[in-house]
Design a binder for this molecule. Structure first.
Ligand code: SF4
Length: 369
C-alpha cells in the first residue's frame, strides 16, 4: 500500500520534543512544519475545496489528549448486545478512505489527522484500571477512531504499547487494521497479550470501496508474518456487504484466509452488518458517487442506522458463521452491534451483555505458538 505523505505537519507549541514528534520528523524531513498554539484547530477556518474531509487527512496535527483515553466501545448502546470492549485512541482520523467509514460523519467538522503525543498518560490510565482488578480480563483496542497500524512506521506507537501490554496478564490489546504496516510489531515480543486483527471484505469490495488500504493479498501476507512472529490474529468481517455473488465472494475469502494462517491460533472472528446513518449515507453518496453500497435492500433500524433488512442479514450471518466454523472450529465468533433477536436466530442463544461474550473472547483456548 502507498506510504502516507502529509502536505503539512502541525505541532502544538510545547509538543515539539515529544518522542512521537521526533520520530515522525526523522521519517519526513522534507515535509513543511508549522508550530501552532494549543486549541488552534478549533479556530482554524475550514479549508476551501469540495472535499474538506479528504483535505483534512493530509494535514497531520500533533496535540495532547486533555481528556481521558480509556472509554467503553460505543457499540454498547441500548438494545444491542455488548462485548464489554474498551477503546483507547491515540489517533483521530485515518490516512485511508473507505466509502462507508463513519469518521466521514463523526469528524466532519474537525477532519485533521490528529495524533496525541501523551502516550504515557494512556499507559498510566490503563495500568490504574487493569492493575486494580487483577481477577478481571480486559480487552482494549486502539482501532476506534483510526486504523491501528497504518501510521505505525511513522509514529512507532507499537514500540510503546506492545511491551506495556505484554507485561500484563489480565488484558489483551487489539490492533485493528486494513493495512500491512507490521514492521514495527515484528521488533517486539507480544508474550501472547496482543492480537493483530484485520478487517476483511472480499477483494471485489476491498478494491472498489476501501480506498488506499492494503489489498486483500497484502493483508493476508501481513497476517501470516505476525502470526509467525508470535502474535495472535483476529479477523473482522465487518462491515458485511451484500452484493451480487456475495456467497462466492465470502466463501472464497474465508477459504483463502484460513489456508494462509493457522486457524488454531485465531483469537476471534467477528461479523457485523454494514450500518450507516442517513447523514453518513448522504456524505458517502456525495464523496463516492460510484459506490455500490447504497443500492442493497436496506432498512432504517431502531438505533437510527440503515442496515441490510433482517431476513437477509440473518441469512448472511448464518451462512458465513457456518463456513467459519468449518474452517476455524476453535475460533470464537461474535457479532458486533446486533440485537438479541438476531443473536438468537444466528447462534441459537444471546449472551448476557457484559459477561458471556467477554469471557469467551479472553479464555486462553488457543494452541501455543
Ligand atoms: S480503514 Fe477504518 S478508519 Fe480508515 S477509512 Fe477505512 S473504515 Fe475508516
Amino acid at each position: 500500500m502507498k506510504r502516507y505523505q502529509p502536505e503539512e505537519i502541525l505541532i502544538e507549541r510545547g509538543e515539539e520534543n515529544t518522542p512521537v514528534v521526533r520520530r515522525t520528523l526523522d521519517h519526513l524531513p522534507d515535509t513543511p512544519v508549522r508550530i501552532v498554539e494549543p486549541g488552534w484547530e478549533r479556530e482554524a477556518p475550514p479549508r476551501d475545496g469540495t472535499d474538506s474531509f479528504a483535505a483534512g487527512k493530509r494535514r497531520l496535527l500533533f496535540t495532547r489528549q486533555r481528556s481521558t483515553f480509556l472509554e467503553h466501545c460505543p457499540a454498547g448502546t441500548s438494545g444491542l448486545v455488548c462485548c464489554n470492549y474498551l477503546v483507547v485512541s491515540l489517533i483521530s482520523n485515518c490516512p485511508m478512505d473507505c466509502s462507508y467509514c463513519f469518521l466521514q460523519e463523526y469528524l466532519a467538522n474537525n477532519p485533521l489527522l490528529k495524533v496525541f503525543t501523551n502516550v504515557e498518560d494512556l499507559m498510566s490510565e490503563v495500568a490504574k484500571a487493569v492493575d486494580r482488578q487483577p481477577w478481571r480480563q480486559f480487552r482494549i483496542g486502539t482501532g476506534e477512531l483510526s486504523d491501528s497500524l497504518a501510521l505505525d512506521p511513522l509514529l512507532g506507537f507499537s514500540g510503546d504499547l506492545v511491551p506495556f501490554f505484554a507485561a500484563r496478564k489480565n488484558v489483551l490489546l487489539e490492533f485493528k487494521t486494513k493495512s500491512d504496516r507490521i514492521e514495527e510489531l515484528l521488533k517486539h515480543d507480544p508474550k501472547d497479550r496482543v492480537v493483530v486483527s484485520w478487517s476483511l471484505t472480499p477483494p471485489a469490495i476491498a478494491d472498489t470501496e476501501e480506498h488506499g488500504t492494503a489489498s486483500f493479498a497484502e493483508r493476508l501476507h501481513a497476517a501470516q508474518r505476525v502470526q509467525a512472529a508470535g502474535y495472535k490474529v483476529g479477523f473482522h468481517f465487518d462491515p458485511l456487504i451484500e452484493y451480487p455473488h456475495w456467497e462466492e465472494g465470502y466463501r472464497d475469502t474465508i477459504t483463502q484466509v484460513f489456508s494462509a494462517v493457522d486457524p488454531r491460533r485465531v483469537a476471534w472472528v467477528s461479523l457485523g452488518s454494514l450500518r450507516m446513518t442517513p447523514a453518513l449515507r448522504a456524505i458517502a453518496r456525495r464523496r463516492f458517487p460510484q459506490t455500490r453500497l447504497l443500492s442493497g435492500e436496506q432498512i432504517l433500524c431502531d438505533d437510527g442506522k440503515w442496515r441490510t433488512f433482517q431476513a437477509l442479514r440473518v441469512k448472511m450471518y448464518r451462512t458465513i458463521t457456518a463456513w467459519l466454523k468449518e474452517a476455524a472450529p476453535q475460533a470464537p465468533q461474535y457479532m458486533c452491534m446486533e440485537t438479541t433477536p438476531v443473536w438468537e436466530k444466528v447462534f441459537g442463544h444471546a449472551p448476557s451483555c457484559d459477561k458471556d461474550v467477554a469471557r469467551m473472547l479472553t479464555q486462553p483456548n488457543l494452541v501455543a505458538s
